[in-house]
Design a protein around this ligand. Structure first.
Ligand code: PGA
Length: 267
């Protein structure tokens, strides 16, 4: 059934880049696409998204528009305020503002936000809701630390992370969301989860979705579930082919056009 869902490949640039870098990387990616790096069927069924730092989002949206092959290529933000619209929230950027800029996706609850900015499951749920209300697609990141995996807590941690979102948001509203499974120990370490580990957790997430959505049978199959954590050209083929894996969230390797496009080809 996994193959009914389209693939989604996202590049999370994190706090990297500059105006020049943004220009150069988008140029290389778009030229690669125009040169036919991806064949036609991949193009039709795969969405590519880059998530530069917020100050370069405007530039990225504008530059992508310059290419005629830009249909399956869009821009996402790495974070968002939980507050909606506008108001006295110094330093915050709302989902409506991201929409106004032309973003289509927003990462919420990335482990680096949870870890360094103390984002709780409840805050991540609030952010998810504000993204959905603005008509954008949230990519909700979940995953366990090494210690939690060693203590056999992977599933309970993920249930809690998802549970806070399910508690706040109805399945009907949630259906336009994406989930990214990113084991914390695999992020930026070069050590990706094994295909067995990935498939096991993805199948578990799909089950969680199905039981949350029991009243609306069938919806669970529609939500894309991405894998992230040291995804690179060498392991992307195997991981992206797994039944319950609908794409990838890529950090380090998304900063090099050649590697990012090679991962897209594996999809
Ligand atoms: P990585 O990061 O690909 O560099 O491991 C993934 C992520 O943090 O989204």
């Amino acid at each position: 059934m996994g193959k009914l869902r389209n693939k989604l490949i996202m590049g999370n640039w994190k706090m990297n880049g500059s105006e020049n870098f943004t220009h150069g990387l988008i140029q290389e990616l778009m030229q690669g696409l125009e040169a036919g790096v991806l064949n036609k069927s991949i193009k039709l069924s795969t969405q590519l998204v880059i998530c530069p730092p917020s100050v370069y989002l405007n530039q990225a949206v504008a530059e992508i528009k310059n290419y005629k092959n830009n249909l399956n290529f869009s821009v996402g933000a790495q974070d968002v305020s939980a507050h909606e619209g506008s108001g006295a929230y110094t330093g915050e950027v709302s989902a409506q503002m991201l929409k106004d800029l032309g973003c289509e996706y927003v990462l919420v609850g990335h482990s680096e936000r949870r870890q360094y900015h103390k984002e709780s499951n409840e805050l991540v749920a609030q952010k998810t809701l504000s993204v959905l209300k603005a008509g954008l697609i949230p990519v909700i990141c979940v995953g366990e630390s090494l210690k939690e995996r060693e203590n056999n807590q992977t599933k309970s941690i993920i249930s809690e992370q998802l549970g806070a979102v399910f508690k706040l948001i109805s399945p009907e509203v949630f259906k336009n969301s994406v989930i990214a499974y990113e084991p914390v120990w695999a992020i930026g370490t070069g050590l990706a989860a094994t295909p067995d580990q990935v498939q096991e957790v993805h199948a578990f997430i799909r089950q969680q979705l199905a039981s949350y959505q029991t009243s609306q049978a069938g919806l669970a199959l529609g939500n894309q579930i991405l894998y992230g954590g040291s995804l690179k050209p060498a392991n992307a083929g195997e991981i992206l082919a797994l039944t319950d894996v609908d794409g990838g969230l890529i950090g380090g390797a998304s900063l090099k056009a050649e590697e990012f496009l090679s991962i897209c080809r594996s999809a």
